[in-house]
Design a protein around this ligand. Sequence first.
Ligand SMILES: C[S@@+](CC[C@H](N)C(=O)[O-])C[C@H]1O[C@@H](n2cnc3c(N)ncnc32)[C@H](O)[C@@H]1O
Length: 197
Amino acid sequence: MTGMTTAEYWDAQAATFDEEPDHGLTDPAVRQAWAELLLPRLPAAASVADLGCGTGTLAVLLAEAGHRVSGVDVAPRMIAAAVGKAADRRVAARFVVGDAAAPPWTPASFDVVLGRHVLWALPDPGEALRQWVQLLRPGGLLLLVEGSWSTGAGLTAAETRALVLRHRGQATVEPLDDRALWGGPITDERYLVVSRG
Ligand SMILES: C[S@@+](CC[C@H](N)C(=O)[O-])C[C@H]1O[C@@H](n2cnc3c(N)ncnc32)[C@H](O)[C@@H]1O
């Protein structure tokens, strides 16, 4: 990322970001796998904060299921893609350019906080999580999809769970090794951390 800001780095990826099966969810089988992973966990008509929402694929998936989704991302081109996707799908998700490490929303105003493949990229994941947990109403649900990739990037499940337990009394890890989620076999560690308040 030398010489580029974080926003510039991710802006440069926006045009092709959805080409990965789990990013764009254009393959119906992959889309179905993510729907089956996430939707049964959410309360009805939940207010959902999607931190580092990227091109808005998951936000739109949840909005289509009747949830009220707000997404924030540091990269304007990611947000532009998300706004376009919501318009194409005729859903009313809200998207804003901003820093996921300091979310631009009122504390205790969401039922669900979701982050996929974002926490690892933040300079201080523990501090960001403190802010994310504050967004939740009492009893709120934290869902973190993260991974530890063969490139050396990412967070292990144990690292992410330990970060969550700094701010929450409970957190469980579920491996995401079903190839249906990724559109093919995986060899690295991918997982979901679930924490109910
Ligand atoms: C690997 S992508 C994941 C996007 C989306 N969550 C998904 O799963 O499709 C990481 C995203 O985090 C965003 N991001 C990185 N640092 C950020 C920050 N400090 N604040 C907000 N978004 C950030 C990037 O712009 C990018 O869209």
